[in-house]
Design a protein around this ligand. Structure first.
Ligand code: ADP
Ligand code: MG
Length: 355
């Protein structure tokens, strides 16, 4: 188990972490998700013992580790640009953590060679032991970095945007592979990313960070279904924020009347494109918007809707359902909304239902 208790970290007058508490149960993989500068790397470095907290403590498997040297923490880590040693072969890179050991801690040469071979097989690079980093693709290099981190048989794995520099397709493959590997090895891990989809797909639990604090922690579905703050909603992306006003349990969002058990006041409604339904106007379905740009992306249609006050609202539909409607750019459409959440100031999320 990995635990942080009320950890704070200052850099001069700047507070990079503000009383952060976090618990990662054995065998779990937690994603730290947040914008650049939110403190993710600092948190990871404190876990690794590369940085000391100014307040609070670090616990590993129930023992205090706040001041334990990195080497004694049982941690393996991989960073985004954790440059491999360029003058060393793949095999020597992977062996590094073992060959630098002293005295009796250092395994015999044959034992090191055997372990390196096993690790290269694990990361599916068996044929490349003799290559140098410059002869590898980005994805292969990160797999070597991972094998190197695993060579010392860590109990905990820390990954700081390990796939951040790779292209989208390779990233997707590697993150699934990483998840399988993590489970096979029974590690406890913390995975930093600023990619929402990556966090939601890979992790058992997602921790959203903002300005050195934890904004929300929960299962990927809880984070997605019920973002706890406007910040989380905005950060998860694919959402339109619409200003509105709650009065006596009623609110009008994008021209659609909704009921909500929120206090009266100025509010912001968050609407995801998938939760906007459009149809040709008809009896009981007045026109509420005009179709703007329409983009067909594989099986989906992404539309921009212009509301009467000029506001733009994004909508997304299955092409199979959309095409038969015969709607094109400039067409007037009726709107329906589902799963809308409101924040009235800092209070929320308040689910709003059709009136
Ligand atoms: P993230 O990984 O989420 O992008 P970091 O943990 O790297 O964020 O940084 C958090 C904040 O702390 C940033 O504003 C960064 O500039 C600052 N910071 C990080 N390391 C140092 C340092 N060694 N000295 C001064 N400021 C730092
Ligand atoms: Mg970082």
């Amino acid at each position: 188990m990995i635990e942080l208790r009320a950890v704070s970290k200052w850099f001069g007058a700047f507070r990079a972490l503000d009383a952060v508490s976090l618990r990662v149960e054995p065998g779990r993989l937690v994603a730290l998700l947040g914008p650049s500068g939110s403190g993710k790397t600092t948190l990871l470095r404190i876990l690794a013992g590369l940085e000391a907290p100014d307040a609070g403590s670090v616990w590993l498997d129930g023992a205090e580790a706040t001041h334990l040297p990195t080497r004694q923490r049982g941690i393996g880590f991989v960073f985004q640009h954790y440059a491999l040693f360029r003058h060393m072969s793949v095999a020597d890179n992977v062996a590094f953590g073992l060959t630098v050991r002293r005295g009796r801690d250092r395994p015999a040469k044959a034992e090191i060679a055997r372990r390196v071979a096993d690790l290269l097989e694990l990361v599916q690079l068996s044929g490349l032991a003799g290559r140098y980093p410059s002869q590898l693709s980005g994805g292969q290099r990160q797999r070597v970095a991972l094998a190197r981190a695993l060579a010392v048989e860590p109990r905990f794995l820390l990954l700081d945007e390990p796939f951040g520099a790779l292209d989208a397709q390779v990233r997707k493959e590697l993150r699934r592979w990483l998840r399988r590997l993590h489970d096979e090895l029974g590690l406890t891990g913390v995975f930093v990313t600023h990619d929402q989809e990556e966090a939601l797909e890979v992790a058992d639990e997602v921790v959203v960070m903002n300005q050195g604090r934890i904004e929300q922690a929960g299962s990927p579905t809880a984070i997605y279904d019920t973002p706890a703050s406007p910040f989380v909603y905005g950060f998860l992306g694919h959402v339109t924020a619409l200003p509105c006003r709650v009065a006596a349990g009623r609110v009008v969002v994008a021209g659609v009347a909704l009921r909500v058990e929120a206090p009266d006041g100025d509010a912001t409604a968050f609407v995801r494109p998938r939760d906007v339904r459009i149809a040709p106007p008809g009896p009981g379905r007045p026109a509420g918007a005009v179709l703007g740009q329409i983009a067909r992306v594989g099986p989906l249609v992404r539309c921009e809707l212009r509301l009467p006050d000029g506001t733009l609202l994004d909508a997304e539909a299955e092409r199979d359902g959309f095409e038969p409607l015969g709607l094109g750019r400039g067409a007037a459409v009726a709107l329906a909304l589902r799963r809308v959440h409101l924040f009235v100031g800092a209070s929320g999320p308040w689910p709003a239902e059709p009136d």
